[in-house]
Design a binder for this molecule. Structure first.
Ligand code: D5M
Ligand code: FE
Ligand code: ZN
Length: 518
């Protein structure tokens, strides 16, 4: 069956508000005149049907599948073609559809390769509705204390650490170690590096000599990340010379979990509906493809934020808006979401263009927006959240901190062209947004939801509108591109977005294939 014909059929059906069984599409594509056949089938399906089934096609077309013949032979009045009642006679070999009562868009699971009962989906770390922060100074103290406690516990067993306040009382020349938050990074007049570490007792300065191997690591440091340093105390005990640095990191031997059947997930982000640059055609091709045989193993769709373009996100953004009302943008997004198969499990987090608070963690959309985006009943959770699908944990984070990592680190360690390498840095720091105060805004909560307490099997981000993926200590990092063509701003700063791609992950092997729709 030519894929193109079925894609066209699916597209035609979805624009008219129908989903279809794969077998129905196959039958239509095989008709002599698929377009005419489709018209005839739609004339014949009962009004309440949202999913076109193979038996609807069989009943409306003659058994030899020639759509044109059926049309020319058929009476113009198609109200009640006698043979439409069961369909079983005209569809040899087809399983009975006795257990399909009134259909809804969500019931088109027959499209997929496997039984939906095999699916499993669990959310961890969704802070929607859990926000306790008041934005007061004390909240900042508690969130950083929690960060230090939790990431520090991953380091304390590895070094013989002392609190900052105790180090200055130790004799000069002692071996010493400390676990702390990076408070300040400065270069000295002589080209060395001075790094101030902070813990619950105070701060202590650590010096990295310019000729040491660790100078290279200093390039990677961000303020507010947690690490351990080991070294030798100066004679006056006022500073320590760094011999070793330790990061919370992902163990090199990490073994990710995989699904025990062949099942796939599509990981996307940055749809930006409402922008003049939203690529509706590419989206439609993606949605159509999801209905085809090639996509029959794709059972999960993860959307990593920036569903819509939003309003007032950046200066002069309104000049490129196609839809100016934020609610209308979400309504349009929902219309586009409707085009994907109704039997996908969809998980969505917000991004910086979405109508939730900008500071991270961002709670999932409010009730009003959930109501609007209800096509296919998506799971709506906070940014970040971890979703475990078929045993594979996926840490979903929109990715605003990637701008920060890319700006601060040398090109070879983090760049827009290799966004996954910037993600490796976040995995190494075990925190999705270590540095506070620049691009990344932090809403202080009692606990630091941005810490990667557990190692994810897959780390999924978006935001920088570049596609890139790779493995870091066996963790699959994917940054998922976008569905928005280059904006004026992006042109002015030379960001060339990867728009209209969908990375597809095999959950049983963690292999990635990229489907292109632009
Ligand atoms: O972000 C898309 C990418 O473009 C991300 O790397 C930020 C950057 N960007 C886009 N517009 C601006 C403005 N006006 N200032 C700074 N950085 C920008 P997105 O979240 O999709 O806009
Ligand atoms: Fe975006
Ligand atoms: Zn973004």
């Amino acid at each position: 069956m030519p894929l193109e014909a079925s894609a066209r059929i699916v597209s035609e059906l979805t624009t008219r508000g129908y989903n279809a069984e794969r077998e129905a599409v196959t039958k239509l594509a095989a008709a002599e005149d698929p377009h005419a056949a489709l018209e005839r089938v739609l004339e014949n399906v009962p009004d309440d049907v949202l999913v076109v089934r193979a038996d609807h096609v069989a009943a409306a077309l003659p058994a030899d599948g020639t759509g044109t013949a059926a049309r020319s032979d058929a009476p113009a009045d198609s109200e009640s073609t006698p043979s439409t009642s069961t369909g079983t006679d005209a569809t040899p070999g087809r399983e009975s559809t006795e257990s399909s009562p009134v259909e809804t868009e969500g019931s088109s699971h027959v499209d997929r390769a496997a039984d939906p009962d095999l699916r499993s989906l669990e959310i961890i770390g969704d802070m929607t509705g859990q926000s306790t922060g008041t934005g007061e100074y004390e909240d900042f103290v508690s969130v950083f204390r929690d960060r230090l406690d939790r990431l520090g516990s991953k380091l304390r067993g590895r070094v013989n650490h002392r609190p900052a306040s105790a180090i200055e009382d130790m004799p000069g020349g002692s071996d010493v170690a400390m676990v702390g938050l990076v408070n300040d990074i400065r270069s000295t007049a002589s080209g060395h590096w001075l790094i101030e570490l902070e813990d619950a007792t105070g701060t202590f300065p650590w010096l990295v000599m310019k000729d040491r191997e660790y100078v290279d690591l200093v390039d990677e440091l961000l303020c507010d990340e947690v690490l351990a340093m080991e070294g030798t105390l100066a004679d006056d005990s006022g500073i320590a010379f760094v011999d070793s640095m330790y990061f919370p990191d992902v163990p090199r031997t990490y073994e990710p979990s995989t699904a025990d059947r062949h099942v796939q997930a599509a990981l996307i982000s940055d749809v930006h509906v409402g922008s003049e640059e939203f690529m509706a055609d590419a989206w439609d091709r993606f949605a159509d493809w999801l209905h085809t045989d090639q996509a029959r193993h794709v059972e999960y769709l993860l959307i990593g934020g920036d569903m819509v373009e939003g309003v007032g996100v950046y200066p002069d953004q309104d000049e490129e808006l196609d839809i100016v009302d934020i609610y209308e943008q979400y309504e349009a997004f929902n219309e586009h979401l409707k085009k994907v198969p109704g039997d996908l499990e969809i998980v969505m987090i917000p991004g910086n263009h979405d109508a939730v608070r900008l500071a991270e963690p961002q709670p999932g959309f409010d009730e009003e927006l959930r109501e609007i985006m209800s096509a296919h009943d998506p799971r709506i959770v906070s940014n970040p959240s971890t979703v475990t699908i078929e045993g594979v944990s996926v840490l979903m984070y929109h990715g605003v901190s990637l701008d920060e990592v890319i700006a601060e680190l040398p090109e070879e360690k983090a760049s827009y062209d290799d966004p996954h390498k910037a993600m490796y840095q976040l995995l190494k720091k075990r925190h999705v947004a270590p540095q506070f105060g620049g691009h990344t805004r932090l809403a202080p909560e009692e606990e630091d939801y941005l810490v990667m307490e557990e190692v994810p099997d897959i780390f999924h981000t978006g935001h920088v509108h570049k596609l890139g993926f790779g493995k870091y200590h066996n963790v699959l990092a994917i940054n998922s591109g976008c569905w928005q063509a280059q904006t004026d701003f992006q042109k002015s700063v030379n960001i060339d977005p990867d728009a209209g791609y969908a990375p597809i992950v095999d959950l049983d092997t963690l292999d990635v294939t990229v489907q292109k729709f632009s």
